[in-house]
Each structure stands twice: as C-alpha cells, then as structure tokens.
Design a protein around this ligand. Structure first.
Ligand SMILES: [Ca+2]
Length: 232
C-alpha cells in the first residue's frame, strides 16, 4: 500500500491547532467583554480609611461625610478617628457623625460600652443633634444601577441601635429607600434587595443614617452592607 504524505505548513499541525484555539479564545474574550456588565462596587471592602497609605476622602466613587438634616447639604468628614483597635474612621471633627471600618477578619469588641463589631464591618453612627452620617456613591457613568444590601443593628447595649436609614438619590426624599433599625423593637435590619436606580454621570446615591425616633444617638452604631452593580 503506497504511503500518503500529508502536507503541513511551517507551524506543523500541532502549531496550527494552537493558533486556531488561541484565535477562538481571543474572539470569545473580546465578545464577552463587550456584552457583560463590567462595573461593581462594594462599600465596605473599598472603604479608604485614614490609615491607608493612599488615604483620601473622596476616594474614587465614594465620599464619606454627613448632613445637618435628611436632605441638607453634604459635608466631608475629614477628621481621622481610630477606636477601638483596628477600627479606622472619618468623623465630622466633633466625634459624631462617624463612619468606621474594621480591618480585621475576626470580631472585635471595644468602646465605653463594649459592642462587638463583626469582621470587616462598615459602621455608620449619626450625630447627637439629628445630624445624618452619609456614605455617598457618585455614579461614574450614565446607566442602570442595582443596589443590594442592608442596614443592621450593631449595638445591644441599653436601648440598642435605634436609627432611621435611607438611600437618597441627589438629596431627594421622593422615591428614596427608607427603613428603620431598632435592635429591641423587632427590626434588627432594613434590607434593600435588587433596588434599581437610573443615574446620570455625577448623580449621587447617599446611604445615610439618623438617630431615629428616640432622637438620641447613644448606642446607634449601624452596620451597612452595600453592593452596587452597573447592569446596563
Ligand atoms: Ca437612636
């Protein structure tokens, strides 16, 4: 039986196959990057506290601050504050409002009336005279943004956490998310699941916490989990 001699190019059949596979992989990756959502932010893990080498406020899409009233003007919290160990914060300068982050991966207890902070918690604490503590997200582009997460009670001392929690778009109370956190009142958390906001570039979403119906900011540490996805 005569031998059949197959022709191959300079790459050889193995090399040619490798090139084809690489080309398909490249085209698939290029198509995926053009069609899948690419933007997602996590408030707690991206918290840029005053102890970081690149400490900044604002930091990227995030600003840390406070308001005198629910829909009032925004002030940056520029004063670093560190308490208890491994908790880093930005404050108004008078101590409260206060926004804090625990950098450790284990629970930590601290404070005059020790409260236990869960690992990596982001804590919002309002001011004594009705001031709201505010975590501000500024949209980097036009689009539809999906917000998921919760505000939740962190303090079980005395009255426990008693706060009002909000998500305001451009300081507007209309159609805002609002919730109540009351540790001993049966509402330990206020969740916002897959809530959609239509935002223009530069629009703001303010996650903010006030001292609640008891008009007292004692024991009002309120945790915040907030995941933001730009879905289109
Ligand atoms: Ca309160």
């Amino acid at each position: 039986m005569p031998k059949v001699k197959l022709k191959t190019n300079s790459l050889g059949r193995g090399g040619l196959l490798t090139v084809i596979v690489a080309l398909i992989t490249f085209l698939s990756a290029a198509r995926s990057s053009a069609t899948l959502p690419v933007s997602c932010w996590d408030a707690a893990s991206e918290f840029n506290d005053s102890k970081n080498p690149d400490a900044a406020n604002p930091s990227g899409v995030w600003s840390y601050g406070w308001k005198k009233t629910l829909t009032g003007g925004f002030f940056f919290a520029q004063t670093p504050y560190n308490d208890p160990p491994n908790v880093s914060s930005w404050t108004s300068g008078s101590g409260f409002p206060l926004i804090s982050h625990l950098s450790r991966s284990v629970p930590v207890s601290g404070g005059v009336n020790p409260a236990t902070f869960p690992p990596h918690v982001l804590s919002l604490h309002p001011g004594p005279d009705g001031e709201y503590v505010v975590l501000r997200f500024t949209a980097p582009a036009d689009g539809t943004y999906k917000i998921s997460g919760q505000f939740y009670a962190l303090d079980d001392n005395n009255t426990g956490t008693t706060t009002d929690a909000w998500i305001l778009q451009n300081d507007n109370k209309t159609e805002a998310f609002s919730g109540k956190v009351d540790y001993y009142g049966g509402t330990k958390s206020a969740s916002f699941t897959s809530t959609l906001f239509q935002l223009k570039r530069g629009d703001r979403l303010d996650f903010q916490v006030g001292y609640g119906a008891n008009r007292n900011h004692f024991y009002d540490s309120t945790g915040l989990n907030a995941l933001i996805e730009k879905i289109k």
